[in-house]
Every structure is written in C-alpha cells, then in structure tokens.
Design a protein around this ligand. Structure first.
Ligand SMILES: *Cc1c(COP(=O)(O)O)cnc(C)c1O
Length: 379
C-alpha cells in the first residue's frame, strides 16, 4: 500500500483509486479457471467506470444490466448487443423499449406480468424478444439479508411452481422466445456449498421441465461469488477455480446447453480503494474518533449493509491506537468501523478503505451537497 503513496500525493481527497494491474490479474485468473467454456457476463451495477469496462470488454466478457441506462452504457462502451442481458424486477416500458431497440441477447424476466408487457412491446416493433425466466430457487445464500435475493421471501424472480403454471401462456405469447432459466441467489457468498445447493435445484427443475418436453438452450446461474473483505491485501483474487469447479461437477447441463455467469463484485471488488485524509482526531473519555473526509457518500456499503471493509492508515507512527473510524456526514450510520486498531494517526494522514471497487463508485451520491469523488488509476 505504501507504494501507492506517490499516486496519492497532490490529489484532492476523497477519491477512488483503481489498480488496473490487479483487475487484469483477476480477469486472467477467471479465464484460466474457466476451462469449461462458460460465458461470463459482467454485472455492470458493481462498477460502470469506463476504464474498468474497457478491460472487461477486452477480456471478451458480456454485460448483465439491471436498467435501461445500463444497457445504454454497455452499448456505448462497445459491448455487443448479443452479449447483453437485462434483469430487474421493475423494468419500465421505456427500459424494455431501449433493450428491444438494442436487440439484446436476453431479458431475464422476473414476473408473469412483465412477460406480457415485453410480449406486447416486442409485438408493436414486430420483434421477437429472447427471454429467460428468473427462478427464485428458495435458497438461503447465507449472507447479509439485504444482499440475499434467492430466498422465498425476496422480491426477485418467480417460483418453480409458478413457472409450470405459466408454461402454456409462455408458449402462447408470440413475441417472446423462451430460451432459458436465470438464477441469482445473492451476493458476497463465500461458502461454495450454497452454489452446490443451487446446482441441485437447477437439476431438479431441468428434469421436471424435460418431462414436459422442454429443453432450453440456455442456463444462467447469476453471480454472487464473494471476496475477502478481512484480508484483501494478502488474498486479492477470489477462488475462481473452486467456483467454476462446483458448477462443472454438480450441474447437469443438457447437450449443447450454454452456461452463463454474471459476476460483479468478484471481478472488480478488490481493485478499487477509497482514499481519504484524516480531518480530525477527536478524543473523548470513551472513544477516539478518527474523522475522515470520506464517508457514506463515497462508500455506502457499511451504512447500507453493515459491511466491514479493511481500513489502512498510512501514518508512519510505530505506536498503535484504537479508533472508531467515521465519515463527516450527518448520519450516525456514517461509520467505517468501531474499535479499529491502527497506527497512531493525525490530521492530514492518508487513510485507505480497501475493497471499494464494487458497489462503491456506482453508489456514490451528493448527500449533504457534497462534491462527487473522482476516480484515478494505476496500471
Ligand atoms: C447484482 C447482480 C449480479 C452480480 O452480483 P455480484 O454479487 O456482484 O457478483 C448478478 N446478477 C444479477 C441479476 C444481479 O442483480
């Protein structure tokens, strides 16, 4: 981290700092672990910074979008429409039209009501839209309840039963083509057994569909592979080998069936840092507060999901102290961590929040009428 210091000097804090070398190494690790020819779509909502997208596009990955504007960003950044998919529980007519006009590869459809709207809008354009049904497999992803998406109480997708009840309707709609099934059970999943559970559910469902005479050409198992937030410096690249192997060993693909993944966090999470300076050290009888110039406006995850990120102080003090590390925003949830041991830190010292590459810059906002933090890069 000290080697980054020359890049930090002279820049207005807070800012995002991207190690594009680490991004390239991460992409290379994915490509080498994916010896099965699976298709990788990058979940654009994790980070849509153009410099990052450029490298992801060069890797030959597609994109997974969750809004019409994300489809536009994908197209603008050079992704082929045949490599773009669109998910989202609340797609507006305008968003569906953007995706129809872009001729994306597939809509990941989350309700029967939505299916009818896509059919109608595609019909008006004289098109047939590829659709995959997003199935909620009722699996607990074992992660924070705000980033669990495949348990039965979540708003995402439809149940397997509902799919079977709707097969006739899906068959009757003339402007959609039912090409596949889509799943995404949650995010920041480090227990690979959860993905094994997903494979078992997918196998069951595929068998039942097969019994009705349906064999779909396309399967999409979403994303969700976690990263190491505790020790990002020593463990910067997730276990892609283990991850793909779970699917290779447990998922029963039909002949010629394509398998797609939608990885977000695991691709970009570790290559981004949020760099701040210490504004004040406030010592009280109970707590020493380290007050940074970065806050929840630059990294919302701690306030939103009680997430913990590794905090590094670039102070050169030899003595350690314990701090509550907080941001400047007028919200008590604007805190990066309690009772964090750091080298004694003073006003002006750089403090770096690690693993800010995913769901950092894309969630930035101007609450408290703050300036928006800029991104900087290192190759
Ligand atoms: C957010 C999202 C992803 C990516 O999740 P990660 O945990 O960042 O890998 C993939 N698919 C869908 C549908 C999503 O909404």
């Amino acid at each position: 981290m000290e080697s980054f210091l020359p890049h930090f000097e002279g820049k207005e804090t807070p800012f995002y700092f991207y190690d594009l070398g680490l991004l390239s190494d991460t992409i290379a690790a994915i490509k080498s672990a994916n010896r099965y020819g699976y298709h990788i779509h990058y979940a654009l909502k994790a980070n849509n910074n153009p410099e990052i997208l450029k490298r992801i596009k060069e890797a030959g990955f597609g994109v997974d979008c969750v809004s019409g504007n994300e489809v536009k960003i994908g197209v603008k950044n050079g992704f082929q429409s045949s490599h773009i998919v669109l998910a989202g529980v609340g797609k507006t007519d305008k968003e569906i039209e953007i995706a129809l006009d872009a001729d994306i590869f597939s809509f990941n459809v989350e309700s029967i009501a939505e299916l009818k709207v896509i059919d109608e809008l595609a019909g008006k354009r004289g098109k047939v839209a590829n659709i995959s049904m997003r199935i909620n497999p009722a699996i607990d992803a074992g992660t924070h309840h705000y980033i669990t998406t495949g348990a039965k109480e979540n708003k995402f997708g439809i149940s397997g039963d509902e799919l079977f009840e709707s097969l006739q309707l899906i068959n009757e709609l003339k402007h959609i083509d039912f090409i596949g099934l889509h799943f995404h059970i949650g995010s920041q999943i480090n227990d690979l057994n959860r993905f094994k559970n997903l494979c078992e559910k997918v196998n069951e469902l595929q068998k039942a569909l097969h019994d009705t005479g349906l064999s779909l050409p396309h399967l999409n198992v979403g994303g969700g592979l976690g990263i190491n937030y505790q020790d990002p410096i020593n463990d910067p690249i997730p276990d892609f080998e283990g991850y793909f192997r779970v699917f290779h060993e447990n998922l029963e693909l039909l002949p010629d069936q394509e398998l797609h993944f939608e990885l977000g966090r695991s691709i970009v999470g570790q290559c981004g840092y949020l760099v701040s300076r210490t504004l004040y050290v406030k010592e009280s009888p109970h707590t020493n507060f380290l007050i940074l110039d970065a806050g929840m406006t630059e990294l919302m995850r701690p306030a939103l999901y009680q997430a913990k990120h590794k905090i590094v102080s670039l102070s050169n003090a030899s003595l350690n102290k314990v701090y509550d590390v907080v941001g400047p925003i007028c919200e008590s949830s604007d805190s990066f961590g309690k009772a964090i041991e750091l080298p004694e830190t003073k006003r002006g010292d750089f403090v770096v929040i690690c693993s800010a590459g995913a769901y950092g810059e894309t969630m930035k906002n101007a609450y408290n009428a703050r300036d928006l933090a800029k991104p900087y890069y290192k190759d």
